[in-house]
Design a protein around this ligand. Structure first.
Ligand code: SAM
Length: 286
């Protein structure tokens, strides 16, 4: 069904199926005709690609992805939407709907089973309550994905795509920069959704790196240090890390200074290399 962005169509489909929005599941459906074709085109929904979609709603983006990609696998947690999707996506034989929680799926197996011989892209208008966990799950598992193109809240987009060494950055910024390059593709106003949320959105894209930065001897420890570094906003790197890791301050200061940094430096000032150097020094000292 082609006009799923139309408010009248959304209302009619919902009424036919007795569907009501769930706020808890982040159900704000797109009702702007230009957004989905743009996500599909910029998000690699094209020949040779299999696309994983997270959260279908009534299928407005799924519909556009199915037109371009060889195959679409769409994961939707809300079983009330399954009969809706059977109606709205009836014309496509390259779409598979999985009625599951994306956080509980074995994504490596899914990609291996469903997208053999295809390049893989992820496209979604993400449910906002799981934005960071979903993105981190996709990145950390080193899945064979080319691009992740997702709609997120505008403020979250700024943080996710922040450059290292800038005020907007947080632990998630370091993790994203480690695994991928990130950019904001375009903004989407709150009026593009039904029901209308209180904030604007943006579409961001992560292009996964072929290899991660060199010099990290223990990734688990590195990310523990990174999470510790940003665990207490506006505190110094030393204070945050020593309290988060239970490490003595003298060792943390030594690790900071050996990385060529001032003992009072704040975590958002560090480049990726400085964060790696600090973490490696600390690992040897504690
Ligand atoms: N793609 C649709 C659109 O753009 O109109 C819907 C987007 S809506 C923001 C998010 C969708 O994700 C909802 O359909 C919701 O039911 C689904 N969802 C929420 N949590 C989920 C989860 N853990 N796993 C899979 N889908 C989920």
């Amino acid at each position: 069904m082609d006009n799923l962005w139309n408010i009248g169509t959304v209302k009619a489909v919902m009424e036919r199926h007795g569907f009501t929005f769930s706020k808890a599941l982040g159900q704000n459906f797109l009702v702007n005709p230009s957004v989905c074709p743009k996500i599909a085109q910029l998000g690699n929904a094209r020949k040779g690609f299999g696309v994983l979609e997270i959260g279908t709603g009534i299928g407005v983006l799924t519909n556009e992805l199915a037109k371009g990609a060889d195959k679409v696998v769409a994961v939707e947690i809300d079983s009330r939407l399954i009969p809706v999707l059977e109606e709205t996506l009836a014309e496509y034989d390259n779409v598979k709907i999985i009625n599951e929680d994306i956080m509980k799926l074995d994504l490596a197996k899914l990609i291996n089973d469903e997208f053999a011989g295809l390049e893989v892209a992820v496209c979604a208008n993400l449910p906002y309550y799981i934005t960071s966990p979903v993105i981190m799950a996709l990145l950390e598992q080193r899945l064979p994905i080319k691009t992740i193109t997702v709609m997120v809240q505008k403020e979250a987009g700024a943080r996710l795509c922040a450059k290292m060494g800038t005020r907007e950055m947080g632990a998630v910024t370091v993790a994203i920069n480690y695994f991928a390059t990130a950019k904001v593709l375009f903004n989407v106003s709150r009026g593009s959704f039904m029901p209308q949320p209180n904030v604007d959105s943006c579409v961001v894209q992560f292009e996964l790196r072929d290899s991660t930065p060199e010099g990290v001897s223990d990734e688990k420890f590195f990310f523990k240090v990174v999470r510790g570094a940003f665990s207490q906003r506006r505190k110094t790197l030393c204070n945050s890390v020593s309290s988060a890791l239970g490490a003595d301050k003298a060792s943390v200061i030594k690790a900071i200074e050996l990385a060529g940094l001032d003992a009072n430096v704040r975590p958002e000032k560090l480049s990726m290399q400085q964060m790696i150097d600090f973490s490696e020094n600390l690992r040897k000292l504690i």
